[in-house]
Write a protein that binds this ligand. Structure first.
Ligand code: ATP
Ligand code: MG
Ligand code: MG
Ligand code: MG
Length: 468
């Protein structure tokens, strides 16, 4: 009962039995929403339903939603491999009420599923509520029988959800599990909360206000519910392990990496990063994103290249990512047939990008190690070198930062930006007076076709892709 496929169906079947419509996951690239890089929560496909702009033939729904948090407002890229709970790609299980049931039912439904459906021991559970939401605190007392010390009141925006500067908003309540005294970390709201002892696994959002302008909130006539539970985190809990990377699927993936490179996965951030980044890359490609030098494609490229650097660290002598793909497709293809349909494309794309980046990766890394040979903890790599790595060797800025992280060396970002600006100005001066517009168009077309590394290093759009 504790594999991801079982957890997913337990969740969806439970809410179906309770009258919810099972709605398929929407794609990772949000439809008609240029403001959002990737789908990063279950509620994304229902935004217009919550605001009343769109009607659906059901008032309650449940989903298992593919999510990527690797850009924009929610960016967990830098967490992956370094915390026990963050992935760039994960599945969010959710139940939604569009003006149907509200707070009391939402808490009741969640509590019953957690304790009866998944059988988690009550004494290890605790919740946070928004500090002004006495109603939620009282309901948790009544429904779960929690004493005050199991209901943590949080005054920050962590427990107050907003769709945007205006629109629906409301307090939220998160469910945590205590993973035991031998694990480091303090309860939510404490200075040690970033440890792994207390694991957040479910967030219940009570949409009860509409914000019309900053600071002005009116009660919604028909409040709504939006929840999100991390599938991989639930797997971690049910499998009795303390990290999402120790769950069965990730063990299979890191095991395949072990076999390919002959380096043990135990305690290795590189194995974890590669396994995670393979999943986000594969799912993004399946949803139509291809590596490029701008926008979503550049985020994908950054994810892939970061993974490749870690493969290089493990001593991989040939493309590695595509070799892990069959394991992923076998484990997740039934739930996500788009992965099966796109398998050949994903495989080719991974191989192509790895082969394309390999040479410059090696040369860039040796340049980086020369440039930092005399640096030590707390020092900064100069912006010129970071820009050269980016421009000539195809190193996204965050890859360089990631490479120096273990040595606690930073990168001079403003120096990097200056170097980029200088190069842009130079390129512009070359174009001036020579039918600039036409040249620019042709240049962008060529760059699109070939990618910047082969064609030319400098790229306007990339600046936005890097500094998010
Ligand atoms: P955290 O505080 O751990 O970063 P969050 O509060 O940002 O999580 P929410 O936005 O509340 O997360 O998302 C709802 C649920 O989705 C979380 O309770 C968690 O179970 C899951 N989740 C969120 N981010 C990730 C991630 N990067 N990897 C895996 N699961 C995640
Ligand atoms: Mg987060
Ligand atoms: Mg949180
Ligand atoms: Mg949360």
């Amino acid at each position: 009962m504790s594999g991801v496929n079982d957890i997913r169906s337990t969740f969806l079947d439970y809410f179906k039995k309770n009258g919810h419509e099972i709605v398929p996951s929407s794609p990772l690239v949000p439809r008609n929403d240029p403001t959002l890089m990737f789908t990063n929560a279950g509620m994304v496909q229902f935004k217009n339903v919550f605001t009343g702009l769109e009607k659906r033939p059901y008032a309650t729904a449940t989903t298992s939603q593919k999510c990527v948090r690797a850009g924009g407002k929610h960016n967990d890229l830098d967490n992956v491999g370094y915390t026990a709970r963050h992935l760039t790609f994960f599945e969010m299980l959710g139940n939604f009420s569009f003006g149907d049931y509200f707070k009391e039912n939402a808490i009741e439904l969640a509590w019953k599923l957690v304790t009866e459906g998944f059988g988690l021991p009550k004494h290890r559970l605790l919740v946070t509520v928004y500090s002004e939401d006495e109603e939620a605190a009282a309901l948790w007392k009544k429904i779960a029988g929690f004493s005050d010390d199991k209901i943590i009141r949080i005054p920050t925006s962590d427990n107050f959800w907003q769709m945007g500067d205006t629109g629906p908003c409301g307090p939220c309540s998160e469910i945590f599990i205590d993973q035991g005294e031998n694990v480091w970390g303090g309860p939510p709201g404490s200075p040690e909360e970033d440890g792994d002892r207390f694991l957040e696994f479910w967030n219940l959002v009570f949409m009860q206000f509409e914000q019309t302008e900053p600071g002005v909130r009116n009660p919604l006539p028909r409040p709504s519910i939006d929840t999100g539970m991390g599938l991989e985190r639930m797997a971690c809990i049910l499998q009795g392990v303390q990290s999402v990377f120790d769950t069965d699927l990730f063990r299979m993936l890191t095991g395949t990496i072990e076999d390919a490179v002959g380096v043990k996965a135990e305690g290795s951030a590189s194995h974890r990063v590669i396994a995670d980044h393979l999943r986000s890359s594969a799912f993004l490609i399946a949803d139509g994103v291809l590596p490029s030098n701008e926008g979503r494609g550049y985020v994908l490229r950054r994810i892939m290249r970061r993974a490749m650097r870690h493969a290089q660290l493990l001593g991989a002598k040939e493309p590695l990512m595509y070799k892990l793909l069959p394991t992923l497709v076998q484990e997740m293809g039934r739930a996500y047939p788009e992965l099966v349909r796109a398998e050949a494309l994903i495989s080719e794309t991974l191989k192509l990008e790895e082969n394309r980046f390999r040479k410059t990766l090696e040369r860039g890394l040796s340049l980086l190690s020369d440039a930092t040979a005399d640096l030590s903890k707390g020092d900064m790599l100069d912006g010129e070198t970071a820009f050269k790595l980016y421009d000539t060797y195809g190193f996204p800025l965050d890859l360089t930062q990631d490479a120096l992280r273990a040595r606690e060396i930073g990168v001079d970002i403003s120096g990097f930006t200056d170097a980029m600006e200088r190069q842009k100005a130079e390129a512009r001066s070359h174009w001036a007076g020579s039918g600039e517009k036409a040249t620019e168009t042709v240049w962008f077309e060529l760059k699109e076709k070939h990618g910047a590394t082969e064609f030319l290093g400098y790229d306007t759009e990339t600046a936005e892709g890097v500094v998010q």
